[in-house]
Design a protein around this ligand. Sequence first.
Ligand code: NDP
Ligand code: GDR
Length: 384
Amino acid sequence: MQLFPSREGLGCVFLADDQDKNMDSTSQKTALVTGITGQDGSYLAELLLEKGYMVHGVKRRASSFNTQRIDHIYQDQHEAHVNFKLHYGDLTDSTNIIRIIQEVQPDEIYNLGAMSHVKVSFDSPEYVANVDGIGTLRILEAVRILGLCKKTRVYQASTSELYGGLAENKNAQGFYDENSPFYPRSPYGVAKIYAFWITKNYREAYDMFACNGILFNHESPRRGETFVTRKITMATAAIAKGKQECLFLGNLNSQRDWGHAKDYVEAMWRILQQDVAEDYVIATGVTTYIRDFVRMAFAEVGVELAFEGENESEIAKVAACNNALYQIEIGTVVVRVDPEYYRPTEVDLLIGDPTKSKTQLSWKPQYDLAALVKEMVASDLKLY
Ligand code: NDP
Ligand code: GDR
Protein backbone atom coordinates (compact mmCIF):
# COMPACT_ATOMS: atom_id res chain seq x y z
CA MET A 1 0.00 0.00 0.00
CA GLN A 2 1.40 3.39 -0.95
CA LEU A 3 0.55 6.43 1.17
CA PHE A 4 1.01 10.03 0.09
CA PRO A 5 1.14 13.25 2.08
CA SER A 6 -1.66 15.80 1.98
CA ARG A 7 -1.78 18.63 -0.52
CA GLU A 8 -4.96 20.60 -1.06
CA GLY A 9 -7.32 18.98 1.42
CA LEU A 10 -10.17 18.18 -0.95
CA GLY A 11 -10.68 15.83 -3.85
CA CYS A 12 -7.71 13.71 -2.79
CA VAL A 13 -7.07 10.10 -3.60
CA PHE A 14 -5.66 7.01 -2.01
CA LEU A 15 -3.48 4.74 -4.08
CA ALA A 16 -3.54 1.08 -3.13
CA ASP A 17 -0.88 -0.61 -5.20
CA ASP A 18 -0.54 -3.77 -3.15
CA GLN A 19 -2.57 -6.85 -3.93
CA ASP A 20 -4.39 -7.31 -0.61
CA LYS A 21 -7.69 -6.05 -1.96
CA ASN A 22 -10.70 -8.25 -1.37
CA MET A 23 -12.44 -7.00 -4.50
CA ASP A 24 -11.54 -6.62 -8.12
CA SER A 25 -12.60 -3.52 -10.04
CA THR A 26 -15.88 -5.04 -11.24
CA SER A 27 -17.02 -5.93 -7.71
CA GLN A 28 -15.49 -2.91 -5.98
CA LYS A 29 -17.87 -1.58 -3.36
CA THR A 30 -18.45 2.11 -2.80
CA ALA A 31 -18.82 3.57 0.69
CA LEU A 32 -19.82 7.04 1.78
CA VAL A 33 -18.63 8.13 5.23
CA THR A 34 -19.94 11.21 7.03
CA GLY A 35 -17.66 12.45 9.83
CA ILE A 36 -14.60 11.24 7.92
CA THR A 37 -12.35 13.85 9.56
CA GLY A 38 -13.23 12.53 13.04
CA GLN A 39 -11.61 9.79 15.10
CA ASP A 40 -13.81 6.95 13.85
CA GLY A 41 -14.09 8.25 10.30
CA SER A 42 -10.32 8.14 9.89
CA TYR A 43 -9.95 4.56 11.16
CA LEU A 44 -12.97 3.40 9.16
CA ALA A 45 -11.60 4.97 5.96
CA GLU A 46 -8.32 3.10 6.47
CA LEU A 47 -10.18 -0.16 7.03
CA LEU A 48 -12.41 0.23 3.98
CA LEU A 49 -9.46 1.15 1.76
CA GLU A 50 -7.60 -1.93 2.97
CA LYS A 51 -10.65 -3.96 1.97
CA GLY A 52 -10.56 -2.50 -1.52
CA TYR A 53 -13.49 -0.08 -1.29
CA MET A 54 -13.86 3.17 -3.16
CA VAL A 55 -14.28 5.53 -0.22
CA HIS A 56 -16.08 8.88 -0.37
CA GLY A 57 -16.01 11.16 2.65
CA VAL A 58 -18.10 14.17 3.62
CA LYS A 59 -16.02 17.00 5.01
CA ARG A 60 -17.19 20.33 6.39
CA ARG A 61 -15.66 23.50 5.09
CA ALA A 62 -13.40 25.04 7.78
CA SER A 63 -11.36 28.25 7.82
CA SER A 64 -8.19 26.18 8.01
CA PHE A 65 -7.31 22.55 7.24
CA ASN A 66 -9.08 20.07 9.52
CA THR A 67 -7.92 16.87 7.87
CA GLN A 68 -5.01 15.92 10.17
CA ARG A 69 -6.47 12.49 10.89
CA ILE A 70 -6.75 11.58 7.21
CA ASP A 71 -3.78 13.44 5.77
CA HIS A 72 -1.84 10.17 5.43
CA ILE A 73 -4.44 8.76 3.03
CA TYR A 74 -4.65 11.84 0.82
CA GLN A 75 -3.38 12.22 -2.71
CA ASP A 76 -3.85 14.46 -5.67
CA GLN A 77 -7.06 13.55 -7.50
CA HIS A 78 -5.35 13.73 -10.87
CA GLU A 79 -3.60 10.43 -10.17
CA ALA A 80 -4.72 7.37 -12.12
CA HIS A 81 -6.24 5.15 -9.41
CA VAL A 82 -8.67 7.11 -7.32
CA ASN A 83 -9.92 5.20 -4.29
CA PHE A 84 -10.53 8.06 -1.90
CA LYS A 85 -12.48 11.23 -2.55
CA LEU A 86 -13.75 14.01 -0.33
CA HIS A 87 -16.89 16.09 -0.82
CA TYR A 88 -17.75 19.29 0.96
CA GLY A 89 -20.96 18.83 2.87
CA ASP A 90 -22.92 19.24 6.06
CA LEU A 91 -25.59 17.15 7.74
CA THR A 92 -27.74 20.25 8.20
CA ASP A 93 -28.07 20.69 4.43
CA SER A 94 -30.46 18.20 2.83
CA THR A 95 -29.91 19.37 -0.76
CA ASN A 96 -26.20 18.81 -0.33
CA ILE A 97 -26.74 15.34 1.18
CA ILE A 98 -29.10 14.32 -1.63
CA ARG A 99 -26.67 15.56 -4.29
CA ILE A 100 -23.68 13.72 -2.82
CA ILE A 101 -25.60 10.44 -2.44
CA GLN A 102 -26.97 10.76 -5.97
CA GLU A 103 -23.48 11.33 -7.33
CA VAL A 104 -21.77 8.60 -5.31
CA GLN A 105 -24.51 5.90 -5.51
CA PRO A 106 -23.00 4.21 -2.43
CA ASP A 107 -23.40 0.53 -1.54
CA GLU A 108 -22.85 1.47 2.09
CA ILE A 109 -23.27 4.70 4.04
CA TYR A 110 -21.64 5.09 7.46
CA ASN A 111 -23.28 8.05 9.19
CA LEU A 112 -20.61 9.03 11.73
CA GLY A 113 -20.98 12.80 11.46
CA ALA A 114 -22.19 14.44 14.67
CA MET A 115 -21.55 17.08 17.27
CA SER A 116 -20.29 14.34 19.56
CA HIS A 117 -19.40 16.12 22.81
CA VAL A 118 -21.94 15.43 25.56
CA LYS A 119 -21.07 18.45 27.73
CA VAL A 120 -21.07 20.84 24.75
CA SER A 121 -24.53 19.57 23.76
CA PHE A 122 -25.93 21.38 26.81
CA ASP A 123 -24.58 24.64 25.31
CA SER A 124 -25.99 24.17 21.80
CA PRO A 125 -28.94 21.77 22.14
CA GLU A 126 -30.85 22.96 19.07
CA TYR A 127 -27.83 22.61 16.79
CA VAL A 128 -27.20 19.10 18.14
CA ALA A 129 -30.82 18.11 17.50
CA ASN A 130 -30.43 19.34 13.93
CA VAL A 131 -27.14 17.59 13.17
CA ASP A 132 -27.26 14.43 15.29
CA GLY A 133 -31.02 13.83 15.09
CA ILE A 134 -32.44 15.32 11.89
CA GLY A 135 -29.11 14.80 10.09
CA THR A 136 -29.77 11.06 10.24
CA LEU A 137 -33.25 11.55 8.82
CA ARG A 138 -31.74 13.55 5.95
CA ILE A 139 -29.47 10.63 5.05
CA LEU A 140 -32.29 8.08 5.21
CA GLU A 141 -34.71 10.28 3.27
CA ALA A 142 -32.10 10.90 0.58
CA VAL A 143 -31.64 7.14 0.13
CA ARG A 144 -35.41 6.69 -0.10
CA ILE A 145 -36.07 9.65 -2.43
CA LEU A 146 -33.28 8.52 -4.77
CA GLY A 147 -34.76 5.03 -5.00
CA LEU A 148 -31.72 3.43 -3.38
CA CYS A 149 -33.50 1.50 -0.60
CA LYS A 150 -32.55 -1.85 -2.13
CA LYS A 151 -28.99 -0.87 -3.04
CA THR A 152 -27.66 1.22 -0.18
CA ARG A 153 -27.04 -0.09 3.35
CA VAL A 154 -26.92 2.48 6.15
CA TYR A 155 -24.96 2.32 9.40
CA GLN A 156 -26.04 4.77 12.10
CA ALA A 157 -23.58 5.72 14.85
CA SER A 158 -25.75 5.15 17.91
CA THR A 159 -24.38 5.37 21.40
CA SER A 160 -24.41 4.00 24.93
CA GLU A 161 -25.51 7.51 25.96
CA LEU A 162 -29.01 6.30 25.01
CA TYR A 163 -29.09 4.22 28.21
CA GLY A 164 -28.30 7.15 30.47
CA GLY A 165 -26.67 4.92 33.07
CA LEU A 166 -29.83 4.13 35.01
CA ALA A 167 -29.06 1.24 37.35
CA GLU A 168 -32.57 -0.24 37.20
CA ASN A 169 -32.40 -0.56 33.40
CA LYS A 170 -29.47 -2.98 33.37
CA ASN A 171 -30.14 -6.62 32.55
CA ALA A 172 -30.10 -9.40 35.15
CA GLN A 173 -26.34 -9.81 34.68
CA GLY A 174 -25.72 -6.09 35.33
CA PHE A 175 -25.06 -4.95 31.73
CA TYR A 176 -26.83 -2.85 29.11
CA ASP A 177 -27.76 -4.93 26.08
CA GLU A 178 -29.85 -4.57 22.91
CA ASN A 179 -33.07 -4.96 24.93
CA SER A 180 -32.32 -2.54 27.77
CA PRO A 181 -34.61 0.51 28.00
CA PHE A 182 -33.27 3.96 27.04
CA TYR A 183 -33.20 7.06 29.27
CA PRO A 184 -30.90 9.70 27.71
CA ARG A 185 -29.43 12.32 30.04
CA SER A 186 -28.22 15.06 27.66
CA PRO A 187 -29.36 16.95 24.54
CA TYR A 188 -26.80 14.78 22.71
CA GLY A 189 -28.41 11.59 24.00
CA VAL A 190 -31.89 12.85 23.17
CA ALA A 191 -30.88 13.76 19.60
CA LYS A 192 -29.23 10.37 19.17
CA ILE A 193 -32.35 8.58 20.39
CA TYR A 194 -34.31 10.20 17.55
CA ALA A 195 -31.62 9.01 15.15
CA PHE A 196 -31.82 5.50 16.61
CA TRP A 197 -35.58 5.23 16.19
CA ILE A 198 -35.78 6.85 12.77
CA THR A 199 -33.16 4.37 11.53
CA LYS A 200 -35.19 1.48 12.91
CA ASN A 201 -38.38 2.97 11.50
CA TYR A 202 -36.96 3.30 7.98
CA ARG A 203 -35.78 -0.30 8.20
CA GLU A 204 -39.29 -1.45 9.06
CA ALA A 205 -41.27 0.99 6.89
CA TYR A 206 -39.22 0.83 3.68
CA ASP A 207 -37.38 -2.47 4.10
CA MET A 208 -34.08 -0.63 4.10
CA PHE A 209 -30.89 -2.30 5.34
CA ALA A 210 -30.40 0.30 8.08
CA CYS A 211 -28.68 -0.62 11.34
CA ASN A 212 -27.71 0.97 14.62
CA GLY A 213 -24.38 0.20 16.20
CA ILE A 214 -24.87 1.06 19.89
CA LEU A 215 -21.24 1.76 20.61
CA PHE A 216 -19.86 2.29 24.08
CA ASN A 217 -16.95 4.73 24.54
CA HIS A 218 -13.99 4.08 22.31
CA GLU A 219 -10.75 5.97 22.30
CA SER A 220 -7.36 6.10 20.57
CA PRO A 221 -4.40 8.40 20.04
CA ARG A 222 -6.68 10.19 17.52
CA ARG A 223 -9.37 10.92 20.13
CA GLY A 224 -10.46 14.58 20.29
CA GLU A 225 -8.45 16.51 22.88
CA THR A 226 -11.48 17.51 24.97
CA PHE A 227 -12.74 14.00 25.72
CA VAL A 228 -11.63 12.82 29.12
CA THR A 229 -9.22 10.02 28.12
CA ARG A 230 -7.25 12.13 25.67
CA LYS A 231 -7.29 15.11 28.01
CA ILE A 232 -5.75 12.84 30.65
CA THR A 233 -3.12 11.22 28.42
CA MET A 234 -2.06 14.57 26.95
CA ALA A 235 -1.73 16.10 30.41
CA THR A 236 0.14 13.02 31.69
CA ALA A 237 2.69 13.48 28.92
CA ALA A 238 2.93 17.25 29.44
CA ILE A 239 3.37 16.91 33.22
CA ALA A 240 5.95 14.15 32.78
CA LYS A 241 7.92 16.42 30.42
CA GLY A 242 7.67 19.40 32.78
CA LYS A 243 5.42 21.37 30.41
CA GLN A 244 2.34 21.47 32.67
CA GLU A 245 1.85 21.46 36.44
CA CYS A 246 -1.70 20.38 37.06
CA LEU A 247 -4.65 18.78 35.25
CA PHE A 248 -8.17 20.05 35.98
CA LEU A 249 -10.96 17.53 35.52
CA GLY A 250 -14.67 17.24 36.32
CA ASN A 251 -16.40 14.20 37.80
CA LEU A 252 -13.78 11.57 38.61
CA ASN A 253 -16.36 9.10 39.88
CA SER A 254 -18.26 8.18 36.74
CA GLN A 255 -17.49 4.85 35.10
CA ARG A 256 -17.05 4.07 31.43
CA ASP A 257 -16.71 0.95 29.29
CA TRP A 258 -13.73 1.94 27.13
CA GLY A 259 -12.54 0.15 23.99
CA HIS A 260 -10.20 1.03 21.11
CA ALA A 261 -11.64 2.87 18.08
CA LYS A 262 -9.74 0.58 15.70
CA ASP A 263 -11.62 -2.44 17.04
CA TYR A 264 -14.94 -0.61 16.94
CA VAL A 265 -14.80 0.45 13.27
CA GLU A 266 -14.26 -3.22 12.40
CA ALA A 267 -17.58 -3.92 14.16
CA MET A 268 -19.31 -1.17 12.13
CA TRP A 269 -18.22 -2.80 8.90
CA ARG A 270 -19.29 -6.27 10.08
CA ILE A 271 -22.76 -4.94 10.97
CA LEU A 272 -23.33 -3.97 7.33
CA GLN A 273 -22.06 -7.32 5.99
CA GLN A 274 -24.78 -9.41 7.67
CA ASP A 275 -27.68 -11.10 5.84
CA VAL A 276 -30.25 -9.39 8.04
CA ALA A 277 -30.29 -5.78 9.24
CA GLU A 278 -30.17 -5.62 13.04
CA ASP A 279 -28.92 -3.39 15.86
CA TYR A 280 -25.87 -4.35 17.93
CA VAL A 281 -24.19 -3.32 21.17
CA ILE A 282 -20.42 -2.93 20.79
CA ALA A 283 -18.62 -2.85 24.13
CA THR A 284 -15.90 -4.55 26.16
CA GLY A 285 -18.05 -5.59 29.14
CA VAL A 286 -15.57 -3.98 31.56
CA THR A 287 -16.12 -0.63 33.27
CA THR A 288 -13.54 1.64 34.92
CA TYR A 289 -13.69 4.79 37.05
CA ILE A 290 -12.34 7.99 35.48
CA ARG A 291 -9.99 8.32 38.46
CA ASP A 292 -8.55 4.87 37.78
CA PHE A 293 -7.93 5.82 34.14
CA VAL A 294 -6.00 8.80 35.54
CA ARG A 295 -3.92 6.51 37.74
CA MET A 296 -3.26 4.09 34.88
CA ALA A 297 -2.09 6.92 32.61
CA PHE A 298 0.28 8.38 35.20
CA ALA A 299 1.61 4.89 35.99
CA GLU A 300 2.78 4.76 32.35
CA VAL A 301 5.24 7.60 33.12
CA GLY A 302 6.27 6.05 36.44
CA VAL A 303 4.17 8.32 38.65
CA GLU A 304 2.06 6.76 41.40
CA LEU A 305 -0.98 8.81 42.43
CA ALA A 306 -3.16 8.79 45.54
CA PHE A 307 -6.17 10.80 46.66
CA GLU A 308 -5.52 13.37 49.34
CA GLY A 309 -6.23 11.70 52.66
CA GLU A 310 -6.38 8.26 51.10
CA ASN A 311 -5.46 5.28 53.20
CA GLU A 312 -6.87 1.80 53.67
CA SER A 313 -9.64 2.87 56.07
CA GLU A 314 -10.75 5.82 53.96
CA ILE A 315 -11.13 4.16 50.57
CA ALA A 316 -14.95 4.16 50.69
CA LYS A 317 -15.05 7.81 51.69
CA VAL A 318 -12.65 8.79 48.92
CA ALA A 319 -14.63 6.86 46.34
CA ALA A 320 -17.72 8.89 47.18
CA CYS A 321 -16.19 12.30 46.58
CA ASN A 322 -14.05 14.14 44.07
CA ASN A 323 -10.72 14.66 45.86
CA ALA A 324 -7.52 15.97 44.34
CA LEU A 325 -4.92 13.41 43.37
CA TYR A 326 -1.33 13.88 44.45
CA GLN A 327 1.96 12.35 43.44
CA ILE A 328 2.92 10.03 46.31
CA GLU A 329 6.67 10.28 45.87
CA ILE A 330 7.02 14.07 46.08
CA GLY A 331 3.65 15.09 47.48
CA THR A 332 2.73 17.47 44.61
CA VAL A 333 -0.93 17.71 43.62
CA VAL A 334 -1.22 16.90 39.88
CA VAL A 335 -4.99 16.52 39.40
CA ARG A 336 -7.58 18.92 40.76
CA VAL A 337 -11.33 18.93 40.33
CA ASP A 338 -12.97 21.92 38.64
CA PRO A 339 -16.80 21.87 38.85
CA GLU A 340 -16.82 23.80 35.57
CA TYR A 341 -16.50 20.38 33.91
CA TYR A 342 -19.51 18.87 35.71
CA ARG A 343 -22.58 18.22 33.57
CA PRO A 344 -26.11 19.34 34.51
CA THR A 345 -27.11 15.67 34.35
CA GLU A 346 -24.44 12.97 34.42
CA VAL A 347 -24.34 9.39 33.17
CA ASP A 348 -22.78 7.69 36.18
CA LEU A 349 -22.05 4.21 34.92
CA LEU A 350 -21.89 2.49 31.55
CA ILE A 351 -21.13 -1.16 30.93
CA GLY A 352 -22.19 -3.02 27.79
CA ASP A 353 -22.90 -6.64 27.02
CA PRO A 354 -21.14 -7.54 23.74
CA THR A 355 -22.50 -11.12 23.60
CA LYS A 356 -24.61 -10.57 20.48
CA SER A 357 -21.83 -8.87 18.51
CA LYS A 358 -19.30 -11.50 19.55
CA THR A 359 -21.55 -14.40 18.52
CA GLN A 360 -23.39 -13.00 15.47
CA LEU A 361 -20.63 -10.77 14.07
CA SER A 362 -17.69 -12.92 15.25
CA TRP A 363 -16.29 -9.61 16.47
CA LYS A 364 -13.13 -9.94 18.56
CA PRO A 365 -11.52 -6.79 19.99
CA GLN A 366 -7.71 -6.79 19.88
CA TYR A 367 -7.11 -4.21 22.61
CA ASP A 368 -7.83 -4.17 26.36
CA LEU A 369 -7.82 -0.98 28.44
CA ALA A 370 -4.19 -1.38 29.56
CA ALA A 371 -3.00 -1.60 25.94
CA LEU A 372 -5.17 1.38 24.99
CA VAL A 373 -3.79 3.57 27.79
CA LYS A 374 -0.24 2.54 26.94
CA GLU A 375 -0.69 3.46 23.26
CA MET A 376 -2.34 6.80 24.03
CA VAL A 377 0.29 7.91 26.56
CA ALA A 378 3.15 6.79 24.31
CA SER A 379 1.67 8.72 21.40
CA ASP A 380 1.19 11.88 23.48
CA LEU A 381 4.71 11.67 24.88
CA LYS A 382 5.91 11.96 21.28
CA LEU A 383 3.99 15.25 20.96
CA TYR A 384 6.25 16.84 23.56
P1 NDP B 1 -15.63 13.02 16.40
O1 NDP B 1 -16.14 14.15 17.20
O2 NDP B 1 -14.16 12.68 16.46
O3 NDP B 1 -15.99 13.24 14.84
C1 NDP B 1 -17.22 13.78 14.47
C2 NDP B 1 -17.22 14.01 12.98
O4 NDP B 1 -18.49 14.58 12.60
C3 NDP B 1 -16.15 15.01 12.49
O5 NDP B 1 -15.65 14.58 11.26
C4 NDP B 1 -16.93 16.28 12.35
O6 NDP B 1 -16.36 17.18 11.42
C5 NDP B 1 -18.24 15.74 11.81
N1 NDP B 1 -19.35 16.67 11.92
C6 NDP B 1 -19.69 17.43 12.97
N2 NDP B 1 -20.74 18.20 12.68
C7 NDP B 1 -21.08 17.92 11.40
C8 NDP B 1 -22.06 18.43 10.51
N3 NDP B 1 -22.91 19.38 10.86
N4 NDP B 1 -22.10 17.92 9.26
C9 NDP B 1 -21.22 16.97 8.85
N5 NDP B 1 -20.27 16.47 9.65
C10 NDP B 1 -20.19 16.94 10.91
O7 NDP B 1 -16.49 11.73 16.80
P2 NDP B 1 -16.09 10.18 16.82
O8 NDP B 1 -15.31 9.87 15.61
O9 NDP B 1 -15.56 9.83 18.15
O10 NDP B 1 -17.52 9.49 16.73
C11 NDP B 1 -18.12 9.17 15.47
C12 NDP B 1 -19.62 9.00 15.65
O11 NDP B 1 -19.87 7.97 16.60
C13 NDP B 1 -20.33 10.23 16.18
O12 NDP B 1 -21.61 10.26 15.59
C14 NDP B 1 -20.47 9.97 17.68
O13 NDP B 1 -21.58 10.66 18.21
C15 NDP B 1 -20.67 8.47 17.68
N6 NDP B 1 -20.22 7.76 18.85
C16 NDP B 1 -18.93 7.90 19.29
C17 NDP B 1 -18.48 7.16 20.37
C18 NDP B 1 -17.09 7.30 20.89
O14 NDP B 1 -16.84 6.84 22.02
N7 NDP B 1 -16.15 7.85 20.11
C19 NDP B 1 -19.38 6.19 21.06
C20 NDP B 1 -20.70 6.10 20.47
C21 NDP B 1 -21.09 6.86 19.41
P3 NDP B 1 -15.23 18.26 11.85
O15 NDP B 1 -13.92 17.52 11.85
O16 NDP B 1 -15.34 19.28 10.79
O17 NDP B 1 -15.61 18.76 13.21
P1 GDR C 1 -18.75 10.77 27.19
O1 GDR C 1 -17.17 11.04 27.10
O2 GDR C 1 -19.47 11.90 27.79
O3 GDR C 1 -18.90 9.43 27.85
O4 GDR C 1 -19.17 10.70 25.65
P2 GDR C 1 -16.22 12.09 27.83
O5 GDR C 1 -14.85 11.57 27.65
O6 GDR C 1 -16.52 13.47 27.42
O7 GDR C 1 -16.66 11.95 29.38
C1 GDR C 1 -16.58 10.71 30.06
C2 GDR C 1 -16.77 10.95 31.55
O8 GDR C 1 -15.66 11.68 32.07
C3 GDR C 1 -16.16 12.70 32.94
N1 GDR C 1 -15.18 13.79 33.01
C4 GDR C 1 -14.81 14.59 32.01
N2 GDR C 1 -15.17 14.61 30.71
C5 GDR C 1 -14.57 15.55 29.91
N3 GDR C 1 -14.89 15.56 28.61
N4 GDR C 1 -13.68 16.46 30.39
C6 GDR C 1 -13.30 16.48 31.71
O9 GDR C 1 -12.50 17.30 32.11
C7 GDR C 1 -13.87 15.48 32.55
N5 GDR C 1 -13.73 15.18 33.86
C8 GDR C 1 -14.50 14.16 34.13
C9 GDR C 1 -17.48 13.11 32.31
O10 GDR C 1 -18.28 13.82 33.25
C10 GDR C 1 -18.03 11.75 31.91
O11 GDR C 1 -18.66 11.15 33.01
C11 GDR C 1 -18.38 9.99 24.71
C12 GDR C 1 -18.54 10.70 23.35
O12 GDR C 1 -17.63 10.13 22.43
C13 GDR C 1 -19.95 10.52 22.82
O13 GDR C 1 -20.02 11.03 21.50
C14 GDR C 1 -20.29 9.03 22.81
O14 GDR C 1 -21.61 8.84 22.36
C15 GDR C 1 -20.14 8.45 24.21
O15 GDR C 1 -18.79 8.64 24.62
C16 GDR C 1 -20.44 6.97 24.25
